[in-house]
Design a protein around this ligand. Structure first.
Ligand code: ADP
Ligand code: 5GP
Length: 205
């Protein structure tokens, strides 16, 4: 697993309580939870990541991801265009630095769905980010969810399960932890965390 880097670390800006990062092993339910969150907070912006992964059947370019070729992704690494980037499960994923800086300077709240490597980079650049890690109830259930999603081959699912253990070992990097067992309960927990920050009640946690 290769990790991205940040050339312009000096560009650290304070963004207390405006940047929310959600991470989870693939299949733990973060897309489902992020959608629930965005439907509840209409003014929260979702940072659409760029990826070199092929789109899944139900995914739309410019909605779920910007799907770009590997060459273009690597060019943007050289041009320092990523706020963070990482190689995950053999594909590249990145967050646009221009989008982040522009929207944060305008005072928007932003939601990022990125992996643990990306989170470490974002925390260097935006140290006050609110970080939330979503856990599956067990690895067995995680495997079942990946299978029931029906989007990945057996090989890909195995790769994702292997990576899940590594990602879960990094959960202490995060300020909040949610176990996504019963979906309505996980959604409630997530909404109450975000609400507290947005109301300015919980910014010292
Ligand atoms: P991720 O974005 O983390 O890869 P998804 O949100 O795509 O995960 O969820 C993986 C699969 O598990 C989907 O089919 C989703 O509908 C299902 N799922 C999500 N949360 C739950 C839950 N709490 N209980 C049962 N199934 C769930
Ligand atoms: P998937 O291929 O299942 O959509 O995502 C695989 C993994 O890549 C997930 O852990 C997801 O959070 C992560 N990911 C998605 N976008 C980004 C991004 O822009 N940067 C980083 N570092 N990880 C991302």
């Amino acid at each position: 697993m290769e990790q991205g880097f940040i050339k312009n670390e000096k560009k650290v800006i304070s963004n207390r309580d405006r940047l929310f990062i959600i991470s989870a092993p693939s299949g733990a339910g973060k897309t489902t939870l992020c959608k629930a969150l965005l439907s509840r907070f209409a003014d929260m912006l979702y940072s659409i990541s760029y990826t070199t992964r092929k789109p899944r059947a139900n995914e739309q370019d410019g909605v779920d991801y910007y799907f770009i070729p590997k060459e273009e992704f690597k060019e943007k690494i050289k041009e320092d265009k990523w706020a963070e980037w990482a190689e995950v499960h053999g594909n590249f994923y990145g967050t646009s630095a221009e989008f982040m800086d522009k929207k944060l300077s305008l005072g928007h709240d932003i939601l990022l769905d990125i992996d643990v490597q990306g989170t470490a980079q974002i925390l260097k650049r935006y140290p006050d980010s609110v970080t939330i890690f979503i856990m599956p109830p067990s690895l067995d259930i995680l495997k079942k969810r990946l299978e029931s999603r029906g989007a990945d081959s057996k090989d890909t699912i195995l790769k994702r399960i292997k990576n899940a253990e590594k990602e879960m070992a990094k959960k202490d990097l995060y300020r909040h932890l949610i176990v996504n067992d019963k979906l309505p309960e996980a959604i409630d927990q997530l909404l109450s965390i975000i609400k507290k920050y947005r109301l300015g009640m919980d910014n010292k946690v």
